[in-house]
Design a protein around this ligand. Structure first.
Ligand code: NAP
Length: 246
């Protein structure tokens, strides 16, 4: 059985990706931030994955910390034997106009959204190299493609992920490892639920499909990139934004 590890999978898009990959037949490693509430939510996600007939195990790790990622990847390999798919989904926002943004809020977002991707890819790639196959999917954002006022930290982290994706695709292509990114637009999740109605309406003006995306609509593209149907796709960024950029 093939195994997929999804970071930040206790809720939102990550939880949805975990369940979609379980439906596709992957055993699932559900990463969650090491807190009691995340653990409880992740356990529910794992239960829902197992109800689809696969094995699912929760792994607590703060993915911004290299040593925790290293230990988690070792634990996942020991539990499942292989790591076939890595989805770097964990992310946070700490928004504010740059003039007022603290250095602390800049560094925190870079650590969770960007450094985590290095932490996970470095450790998982050494497993995938030995297996001579693997698919990595990194969750970027339209903010990384086009910028977004109030998100200089977030945009920087998500743009960096695109450069990292293309670099890893080139470095590991000869080892039969693909690395792609998805760039979601405005998606219904706890991350966007907190935005004001005024801001939500303003954002939708720019979306051709005139609605928010659903987490399932991100998970279906990740499912494709994790499958053999995408075996000749690497180093690409797939925008999933309802036509935001036209
Ligand atoms: P979400 O509901 O806030 O989920 C993010 C998940 O990541 C949470 O479970 C969170 O745990 C976890 N996480 C945060 N820091 C972590 C850490 N250090 N270690 C491990 N896990 C951690 O957000 P979402 O909307 O589903 O976003 C998922 C991804 O999609 C993110 O990378 C986000 O940037 C990206 N994205 C979202 C949208 C959108 O419109 N929603 C658009 C573009 C891109 P906690 O709850 O404990 O923080």
């Amino acid at each position: 059985m093939a195994t997929a590890i999804i970071t930040g999978a206790s809720q939102g898009i990550g939880a949805c990706i975990a369940k979609r990959l379980a439906k596709d037949g992957f055993d699932i490693a559900v990463n969650h931030f090491p807190s009691e509430s995340d653990q409880a939510k992740a356990a529910e996600v794992a239960r829902e994955c197992e109800a689809l007939g696969v094995k699912a195990v929760c792994f607590a790790a703060d993915v911004s910390k290299y040593d925790q990622c290293e230990a988690m990847v070792k634990a996942v390999k020991a539990e499942f034997g292989t790591i076939d798919v890595l989805v770097n989904n964990a992310g946070i926002t700490k928004d504010g106009l740059m003039a007022r943004m603290s250095e602390e809020n800049y560094d925190a977002v870079i650590a969770v959204n960007q450094k985590s991707v290095f932490n996970m890819m470095k450790n998982v790639c050494s497993v995938m190299m030995r297996q001579k196959h693997g698919h990595i999917i990194n969750v970027s954002s339209v903010a990384g493609l086009y910028g977004n006022p109030g998100q200089v930290n977030y945009s920087a982290s998500k743009a960096a992920i695109i450069g990292m994706t293309k670099t890893v695709a080139k470095e590991f292509g000869s080892r039969n490892i693909t690395c792609n990114a998805v760039a979601p637009g405005f998606i219904h999740t706890p991350m966007t639920d907190v935005l004001s109605d005024e801001l939500k309406a303003k954002m939708l003006e720019q979306v051709a499909l005139k609605r928010y995306g659903e987490p399932e609509e991100i998970a279906s593209v990740v499912s494709f990139l994790a499958s053999d149907d995408a075996s000749y796709v690497t180093g690409q960024v797939i925008e999933i934004s309802g036509g935001l950029s036209m």
